[in-house]
Design a protein around this ligand. Structure first.
Ligand code: 2HA
Ligand code: ZN
Length: 272
């Protein structure tokens, strides 16, 4: 058996948690990460015939039956993931009936998966339908994204249009825009359901006064989406109280879309 800590996906998650912590987005136990691990990788690093314990779930994850996930633990600090993955991460396999998961590795101190497991699993179900190569869900308390949800209209079109205008790269990175949910109680199946419903059409969902969910085929893609939105939100927060002398027009956003061969979400730019 190879060294688990150095399994490529585990290593990437350790580095991601460290980055998110140092960016100041995941204070204390804020944020959570879940990544699909292929059966081959799971079997090459872990003895998948042995399960440590069964963890029941209220919601039905039957559509993920047999899949392996690396998931951050509830109450755990991103600050500590890098040095101590065995306590802060868990490798889970979803039971055939979808009513729970078997712990294969991790949560060594008796821990459990993130309180947002339903939002993560329901999101994985919807993103896999939209893109069979989908693998990663990251939830983080990106500072300026949260700030923006206090002072900006939460209509998805208007929120996205503002972000697109904040830096030229935005249209290239997220032409499909961001979904936005109003404040809701976190850690519930309900917020999981509405988040996943948005994920049918979006890769990014902002939670008002809380944070953001980003998804992707790998960690770089999911993280890259979030950091681009956060950068745009930071610029918005910096400029919003100042007189604007020039901005990026819809015509210029169309020019970016054409040059980079991306398709802005239908109806979200003024027609040419
Ligand atoms: O506790 O971020 O949304 C981790 C969270 C809950
Ligand atoms: Zn959170």
């Amino acid at each position: 058996m190879n060294c688990i800590k150095e399994a490529p996906l585990i290593r990437e998650i350790r580095l991601l948690a460290q980055n998110l912590y140092r960016l100041g987005w995941d204070e204390r136990n804020g944020g959570n990460i879940s990544c699909i691990m292929s059966e081959e990788e799971a079997e090459s690093y872990f003895d998948t015939s042995k399960t440590i314990r069964f963890i029941p779930m209220e919601f039905d994850a039957g559509e993920l039956a047999g899949r392996y996930f690396v998931v951050t633990g509830t109450g755990k600090y991103f600050k500590n993931v890098y040095d101590d993955p065995e306590n802060n991460l868990g490798l889970l396999r979803v039971r055939e009936d979808g009513k729970g998961v078997d712990l294969i590795w991790g949560y060594a101190d008796g821990g459990r998966p993130t309180s947002e497991l339903s939002a993560h699993f329901m999101t994985h179900i919807e993103r896999l339908k939209a893109d069979p190569l989908h693998r990663v869900v990251i939830h983080t308390h990106a500072t300026n994204v949260i700030a923006m949800t206090f002072v900006h209209d939460l209509t998805e079109r208007e929120f996205t249009r503002t972000l697109w205008r904040m830096c030229t790269e935005c249209m290239v990175v997220f032409p499909d825009g961001v979904a936005v949910l109003p404040w809701m109680l976190c850690g519930t199946d309900e917020i999981g359901r509405v988040t996943a419903d948005k994920m049918k059409e979006f890769r990014l969902v902002v939670w008002g006064q809380h944070g953001i969910f980003g998804t992707g085929r790998d960690i770089d893609e999911a993280f890259g989406l979030i950091e681009t939105v956060e950068k745009a939100a930071e610029i918005y927060i910096k400029i919003m109280t100042r007189p604007i002398l020039q901005s990026i027009t819809d015509d210029q956003l169309w020019q970016i879309a054409d040059a980079f061969h991306v398709k802005p979400r239908e109806g979200w730019l003024e027609p040419r």
